[in-house]
Design a binder for this molecule. Structure first.
Ligand SMILES: Nc1ncnc2c1ncn2[C@@H]1O[C@H](COP(=O)(O)OP(=O)(O)OP(=O)(O)O)[C@@H](O)[C@H]1O
Length: 263
């Protein structure tokens, strides 16, 4: 079957409401395999909620969210991996154990305890993943013995073990120093291209949003009622192809808006 024209993700009139609180409304979006979408928006506008719906841990209140043209399953599947800003890795496990744990758990459901050649193959795959993320020397270290950048690389290694087609990144570099962030940008860009991943990345850093990826979305409320602030939800108010001409003007207008909101 030729799926080349089917979006990997499509939102059809998707809404998310908590009681009377409308968080997201009327999302109509198409995302193709290989898109790298940077997501910007003010705090509380619903960015993480959107990522959680893509992961399957939350369901839309209305509308349809499709994966390869079919309704997205209500449980996280192997085709979707996620990395949060913090706490993605297990503190009581070494780097190697962290990378192996999900597959070991899956295999143990079929095989009972995982041992022998199955375990050997899994360990080889896990070591290869750690090597790709530059963590070979840290294989037997615990997260507390690793720097923030190393922990985030470990979280990415963990998410990539299942060979996901979609990677969800929720402010993955927000807690890192600027120098380490730059290295992480190069790394994630390389991985995106090597593995033809579809990436959704939330960031609060305008420049990071423009630097990484192929498309930038801004979540914002086009309608706002000061008497009833929860009445209207956010939509994607900008959907900008990156590397397009006129980008500087858009950055300047978003920066002006950001400064106005801070003031
Ligand atoms: N389970 C829930 N029950 C009720 N309200 C919720 C729930 N989850 C999120 N919300 C509300 O939905 C709104 C959007 O939250 P969300 O975490 O998606 O925002 P965000 O844009 O990711 O914010 P931030 O940038 O601060 O992380 C917030 O007002 C939040 O309080």
């Amino acid at each position: 079957m030729d799926n080349s024209n089917t979006p990997i993700i499509e939102a059809k009139n998707v809404w998310k409401e908590y009681g009377d609180h409308v968080v997201l409304e009327r999302l109509n979006l198409k995302v193709m395999q290989g898109d790298f979408i940077s997501i910007l928006g003010t705090s509380g506008c619903g960015k993480s909620t959107f990522l959680n719906m893509l992961l399957g841990t939350q369901a839309p209140s209305r509308g349809e969210l499709l994966l390869d043209g079919k309704p997205l399953s209500s449980e996280p599947g192997p085709e979707r991996g996620i990395v949060f800003q913090k706490y993605s890795v297990f503190p009581h496990m070494t780097a190697l154990q962290n990378v192996m744990v999900a597959d070991e758990f899956e295999m143990s459901k079929v095989l009972g305890k995982v041992w022998g050649s199955s375990k050997g193959e899994l360990k080889d795959r896990a070591m290869a993943q750690l090597e790709r993320l530059g963590l070979t020397q840290a294989a037997n270290k615990y997260p507390a013995e690793m720097s923030g950048g190393m922990q985030q690389r470990l979280a990415i290694a963990q998410a990539l073990m299942k060979k996901p087609r979609i990677l969800l990144l929720d402010e993955p570099f927000g807690a890192l120093d600027p120098g380490i962030r730059k290295d992480m940008h190069v790394l994630i860009n390389d991985i995106w291209q090597e593995q033809n991943l579809t990436i959704f990345m939330i960031t609060h850093d305008l420049h990071e949003g423009f630097k990484l990826g192929s498309r930038l979305w801004v979540f914002d409320k086009p309608r706002f009622d000061p008497q009833e602030p929860d009445r209207y939800g956010s939509q994607v108010t900008f959907d900008i192809p990156l590397n397009a001409s006129g980008q500087e003007d858009i950055i300047a207008s978003l920066q002006a808006k950001e400064q106005k909101e801070v003031a």
